[in-house]
Write a protein of this length. Structure first.
Length: 655
């Protein structure tokens, strides 16, 4: 072991040169009087932190034991290290109640992190705190069970980074935070608390060095505070609060790379001053009540990579002033009142990965011309006024690789009709690749306090609507539900071997289920309900061992329900409405002869697609919840409306 070779004169112990990986920290490490730096971060060290022998005689200036599995209390001897400058114990399992005042007595301490443990922090503001204060610059107390803003911090006049996120602070943000620290404050993270107001915070406050301000997930009200900073490319996150207004000229002052105002109570027109925010790269105004036309300066900025305007009241047509140097990777306009046709200038956005215009009033035919976008992965067109037939992708642009990266295609709840071209599914290369890898999450790496900005998408899972915040590049699904498609299913659907979800429900498909469905070895969810499919259920479908949810109800299927593997777990509702089906789980038992399978059956009355339409059928997919790989991390879901339960307006209320 490396320790056997340590000499008394040793000054540094680093995991990069002496990896311990697991087990307890040997107390003998602290026995070297010349030792100054102890860095054992990012290992699997466990057990209690032992007392440091003779701490008053120790030379330790850096103790870095973060990101391990240490338990128990923080030993008092650490608080007696008179040379200590840097202490990082975050992301362990340390417990107990600890006071802040002993840390303030460490005169040389400039960095303290106790975040993400099981600690409870007790704060003191007595005269004893004032006796000796360190020149501390960074304080990280995230997830430390704080219930009030630590008052003793007001006496520290050189704080540049403060993280109190993910606590239970139910209080106002005190005015001394910006009064005392405004000249040197670089990062302030107060997210995920219960702050209700900002005490005496002016609409504009000069913070020349600020790079990140995160007030998200609180209960803040009133006008959004705008820091005036000299630093360009900073991060401002005000999301998930109750802010109701913003300065009309706020855009003149912000130099942000990332601005998130989503999930507040903002309304009216987006202030035109936002066009002056020339550093913006990521803008999220989702889930507010903004109205008026889409700001053309945002569409034509040529700098934005992420534009999220989801769930507002924007109206009018999609602006056509998209520059040739378009940088968009994400455009999310879901659930607004956008009308007209999509502009072909979108073809300038060669980096576009996600286009979501679902739940608007967009007209026209299927935008097959988008097929040449090389990086387009997610295309959501659901619940619009698109119509016509789907023609084959036959290389209109002189290419043979249409939609080369497409992994999620949602055409649900439009007015498409006719046959699906026989070879149409042969064009989706990304869905035909059976790649066994974890994949990356669609989104954008930033220097935000969260580190990563993720794309989201709304899908249907087992009859429930889910909003997913992680879209893996390995997840593949198609949703053509609630249209008027007819004819047979193309056999070529079996070539999309990496599909995890297929939803073709509520159409007029006829003929038999193609046996090529058995090629979809990763399929987790299949919905073909409310069609006119006939014949028997292919026995080979029992080979789909990943299939966790199946709905074949209300068709003309006949014969014995396949038995074995996943089919043994499907409920009666998966097969109801098929008069000719028999066998488990249905109560109708099969006859011993083949007459059941071959008997002629009167088809049910044609399904009226436009009088009892279910607008809330989404991209029907099954993922997560312990049933397989593909898509994960759902953060919100509500129960799906049964086809005869709620009316269309109720069903289409939330996507």
């Amino acid at each position: 072991m490396c320790i056997n070779f340590l000499l008394e004169a040793l000054e540094h112990i680093l995991t990069s040169t002496c990896p311990f990986h697991a087990g307890k920290i040997p107390q003998s490490l602290f026995a070297f009087p010349a030792l100054k730096v102890l860095s054992l971060k990012n290992n699997q060290l466990s057990g209690h932190l032992e007392d440091i022998p003779f701490p008053l005689y120790s030379s330790l200036s850096t103790v870095e034991i973060n990101d391990n599995q240490l338990t128990g209390h923080i030993p008092k001897s650490i608080l007696q290290l008179k040379h200590l400058e840097y202490l990082n114990l975050e992301s362990n399992r340390l417990s107990g109640t600890i006071k802040l005042s002993p840390f303030w007595r460490l005169e040389r301490l400039f960095f303290l992190s106790l975040s993400n443990n099981k600690l409870s922090i007790a704060d003191e503001e007595g005269a004893d705190v004032l006796k000796s204060l360190p020149n501390i610059y960074q304080i990280h107390l995230a997830s430390c069970n704080l219930t009030k803003f630590p008052g003793s911090l007001r006496y520290l006049d050189k704080v540049s980074v403060l993280d109190l996120s993910s606590n239970q602070i139910n209080d106002v943000i005190p005015s001394w935070v910006w009064e005392n620290w405004k000249d040197q404050l670089e990062s302030l993270n107060l997210s995920r608390n219960m702050f209700t107001a900002l005490e005496k915070f002016p609409s504009l406050v000069h913070m020349p060095r600020l790079t990140a301000l995160d007030l998200s997930f609180n209960r803040l009200q009133g006008s959004i505070p705008i820091p005036v900073t000299a630093v360009s490319g900073n991060v401002l996150d005000y999301s998930n609060n109750n802010f109701s207004s913003i300065l009309p000229d706020f855009g003149r002052y912000i130099r942000s790379f990332y601005l998130n105002l989503s999930k507040n109570k903002l309304n009216g027109y987006v202030p035109s001053s936002i066009c002056s925010a020339s550093h913006l790269n990521i803008l999220d105004l989702s889930y507010n009540n903004f109205s008026g036309s889409l700001p053309s300066c945002l569409i034509g900025s040529g700098k934005l990579t992420v534009l999220k305007l989801r769930e507002n009241q924007f109206n009018g047509t999609f602006p056509e002033n998209i520059r040739e140097e378009c940088k968009f990777r994400t455009i999310d306009l879901n659930r607004n009142q956008i009308e007209g046709e999509l502009p072909r200038a979108l073809l300038n956005c060669q980096d576009l990965e996600l286009l979501d215009i679902g739940n608007n009033q967009v007209r026209g035919s299927f935008p097959s011309w988008l097929d040449i976008l090389p990086k387009l992965r997610v295309l959501v067109l659901r619940s619009n006024q698109l119509n016509g037939t789907i023609r084959d992708l036959d290389g209109d642009h002189g290419t043979t690789n249409q939609f080369p990266s497409l992994q999620i295609l949602c055409l649900a709840s439009n007015r498409f009709y006719g046959h699906l071209p026989k070879g149409w599914f042969n064009k989706f290369k990304a869905m035909m690749e059976n790649v066994n890898e974890e994949g990356r999450v669609l989104g954008y790496y930033t220097n935000t306090t969260h580190g990563f900005y993720q794309d989201t998408v709304t899908i249907t899972l087992k009859g429930s609507d889910l909003i997913f915040t992680k879209i893996l590049t390995t997840f593949k699904a198609i949703d053509f539900s609630n249209n008027s498609f007819d004819g047979h299913f193309p056999e070529s659907i079996g070539n999309l071997v990496s599909l995890h979800g297929v939803n073709m429900s509520s159409n007029n498909f006829t003929g038999q289920m193609p046996s090529s469905f058995s090629n979809l070895s990763q399929l987790e969810s299949l919905d073909l309900s409310w069609n006119r499919i006939s014949g028997e259920i292919p026995q080979v479908l029992t080979s789909l061992t990943s299939l966790a949810w199946l709905n074949l109800s209300y068709n003309n299927l006949v014969g014995r329900i396949p038995q074995g593997n996943q089919f043994l777990s499907f409920p009666n509702s998966s097969f109801e409405g098929n008069v000719g089906l028999c066998g488990n789980p249905l109560s109708k038992q099969c006859e011993t002869t083949d007459s059941t399978a071959s008997s002629a059956l009167a088809p049910p009355e044609p399904y009226n697609l436009w009088q009892d339409r279910l607008d809330a059928i989404l991209l029907f997919t099954f993922v997560g919840l312990g049933f397989g790989v593909g898509f994960a991390s759902a953060i919100t879901f509500r129960m799906f409306c049964h086809i005869k339960g709620l009316d269309c307006k109720q069903c289409n209320k939330e996507v």
